[in-house]
Design a protein around this ligand. Sequence first.
Ligand SMILES: O=P(O)(O)OC[C@H]1O[C@@H](O)[C@H](O)[C@@H]1O
Length: 235
Amino acid sequence: MSEMTNSYDINEFKNPIFTVDSVLFTVKDDALKVLMVKRANEPFIGNWGLPGGFVDVDSDTTTDGTALRKLEEKTSVAPQYLEQLQVFSGNARDPRGFSVTLVYFALIPAQEVSSHIDTVDDVQWIDIKNINSLSIAFDHKVIIDQAKERLQQKALYSMVPVYCLPEYFTVGQLKSVIETIIGKTIQRKSLIRRIESTDMFETIDEKVKSGGRLAQQYKVKAGVDIVNFERNLSS
Ligand SMILES: O=P(O)(O)OC[C@H]1O[C@@H](O)[C@H](O)[C@@H]1O
């Protein structure tokens, strides 16, 4: 053991509460929704909160692992990717003491959710427009607002909205989810230009009926990363 490690006594420092939270979004029935759980325990019993929890230093190897473990326990969802949003901290955000929570976010396809842990009474995709009418635990409303803003920015300069689409999708479907996320209409032709200028998609031979005509279907190529653009999509 080095001298530095030797002279460090963890008990000399009071530890803050350290948790992770995940803000998972989807688009369903033309609405932007966020995955929330109803708390079965104090603090904030009966309120809706984000599916997060305490880092377990004995079982988690990273905070990414904590986020995935908590999502699995509380919602049965296993997202393909998670991105860090930011850290929220302070002595007032959790009544149990000074707390630090590392927040992740992601956009995922709409899917069934269920909890298999007794600290959760219910789990639901909640329409983002209904958040203000619910009792929300901790500072989770502020966190959701910031995650939504980040997602809206990303939807304008990146292809991240394809993450909530089925495997095969049309330009019309992609346009519709982008518009639901940003709350504005976008130009179909700028979107087609984007799709054609990236090497991210492959076309599918089979076309589908859409509004009385046959529409081209696309698929994300295997192993590609989401492409970012220099400019925002124009409305
Ligand atoms: O759900 P329990 O385990 O009570 O506590 C975890 C929550 O405590 C809060 O600080 C975090 O934001 C996290 O969501």
